[in-house]
Design a protein around this ligand. Structure first.
Ligand code: MN
Length: 480
């Protein structure tokens, strides 16, 4: 009487249009067709999409039952019982088993899976079995780690950015995984529900844009995307109804503080900043800083470039621009406060003077996880944390004389157009020179300043003009 449970995809066009593609599961029975919709999203913004999809399914003569991912994962028997109550009596429907569950998982692509954010994201995935199906992974050069990840996650696709390193991955390493040649290609092929962009630097910008164009939600750790091309990316995301979920801890904090609030009631957003390893030092004392000293960050464990950026406060500068793009505020509504304990991850002040802050341990996996599981706060791999472990919370103003990079970022934001892209690319090139031992620590802000002074801003640039300005700035600094 019953056919086996079958999985079936809604047409790609429909999935793309509504950005949250899911599988549907059909039960065939004499009474007609029943569609069981398993949806990972309980986000309010998506309810309109859900409603439209239900109407669409009903217009096809289907009866629709909707369940959340969590219900299926935690209470499959209950879900089946509810399905049964909607069916005429007879033999019970067959369960699809493993495959059925797999199809309720969020299909996740991780760009930069061997980096600091990427590996921590995979720890989050490991900790939430049943929630994510890792469909694609990418690395630039770390083939050995990627090889292990392929074995463990069996993604459909991988990309190795570096050509020489790509050759090290042999057929036996790949199994059924296919190798593709660019993140752009991977985004088109992978059919992901969510793309985590954990690429570092300017290289992450195009993949963000491609993901948005493809209508796929992005968990964004690549801050350069919004710093350099934020105007274009956010506009397109709004048009395509693509969600950009911040991974950066500060922006995750602001996002959480804004939940359920009206952005027009925001007086300002307060981005906290650890102050980096040289907090309290005067400009003179920074002259002879070595690479090793700058790489030793007091609270957060991160990749090389971002650690240097944290020490110069350029990281905070880039975050200011990123926040401007993510949230509906003016540059004047963004305040940076140095908070050495890094427990308050950021805060929002509302019109009435009330301040909401988000607090927690310094474990990036919490912010990464929230971007992946939003709107759910699920158990995370972070260690237990108590506010009583924190003796005190200090806040102070940033020293813009010792750390001018932060002021340059604000200036670039106010100048607009191509200037943020120039500051970003000039900084990236200068940091690389510093890490290579080619320039001194204080040359970093100096070279950024010189690039800004030489740049003629293009107002309302298109994407090509942004990339040109980035390239120009990188070259100006590299040729120094
Ligand atoms: Mn941050």
């Amino acid at each position: 009487m019953w056919s086996r449970l079958r999985k079936k995809r809604l047409g790609n066009k429909f999935r793309r249009q509504h950005s949250i593609g899911r599988y549907i599961v059909d039960f065939y029975c004499p009474a007609g067709k029943l569609v069981i919709e398993i949806d990972g999203s309980q986000h309010l913004d998506n309810q309109e999409h859900d409603r439209q999809r239900d109407l669409y399914l009903m217009s096809l003569g289907l009866k629709v039952l909707r369940f959340w991912n969590s219900e299926v994962n935690n209470n499959l028997e209950g879900v089946l019982a509810r399905i049964m109550s909607h069916l005429p009596s007879g033999s019970p429907p067959q369960r699809g088993g493993e495959e059925h569950i797999k199809n309720t998982m969020k299909k996740l692509a991780v760009l930069g899976s061997t980096g600091s954010i990427g590996t921590q994201a995979l720890e989050v995935v490991d900790n939430l079995p049943g929630d994510f199906d890792v469909v694609a992974l990418t690395t630039n050069t770390k083939v050995d780690l990627l090889r292990e990840q392929i074995k463990k996650y069996e993604p459909e696709y991988v990309v190795v950015g570096d050509e020489g390193k790509r050759a090290e991955l042999v057929a036996a390493d790949l199994g059924r995984t296919q190798i593709l040649f660019s993140s752009e290609e991977l985004i088109k092929e992978a059919g992901a529900d969510l793309i985590l962009n954990a690429l570092s630097g300017v290289a992450g910008i195009v993949p963000t844009l491609e993901a948005v164009k493809a209508g796929v939600d992005v968990a964004l750790a690549n801050k350069e995307s919004l710093v350099a091309a934020g105007d274009i990316i956010m506009k397109l995301a709004r048009e395509k109804k693509v969600n950009i979920y911040p991974v950066d801890s500060e922006h995750s904090a602001i996002w959480q503080c804004l939940r359920g609030e009206k952005e027009k009631e925001v007086k300002k957003i307060i981005i906290t900043c650890s102050g980096g390893p040289f907090r309290g030092k005067k400009r003179d004392e920074l002259k002879n800083i070595t690479v090793e000293q700058a790489l030793d960050h007091p609270t957060w464990s991160m990749g090389g470039k971002i650690t240097i950026d944290s020490s110069t406060l350029m990281n905070k500068g880039l975050e200011v621009i990123e926040a401007y793009q993510l949230f509906d505020v003016t540059p004047e509504q963004i305040e940076v406060v140095v908070h050495p304990q890094s427990i308050v991850h950021s805060a929002v002040e509302f019109a009435d003077g009330s301040i909401k802050a988000q607090l927690g341990p310094h474990d990036m996996r919490i912010a990464i996880q929230y971007a992946l599981t939003y709107p759910a706060h699920k158990p995370s791999p972070a260690e237990d944390f108590s506010l009583t472990d924190v003796a005190r919370l200090d806040f102070e103003e940033p020293d813009l004389e010792a750390f001018p990079c932060l002021a340059y970022a604000f200036a670039a934001l106010k100048a607009g157009g191509t200037m943020p892209a120039v500051v970003n690319a000039a900084n990236e090139a200068a940091v690389m020179l510093f890490l290579d031992g080619k320039i001194k620590y204080l040359d970093i802000p100096q070279l950024i300043k010189e690039a800004m002074d030489k740049h003629e801003v293009v107002a309302e640039p298109d994407f090509a003009e942004i990339m040109q300005a980035s390239e120009w700035a990188g070259k100006i600094v590299a040729d120094w």
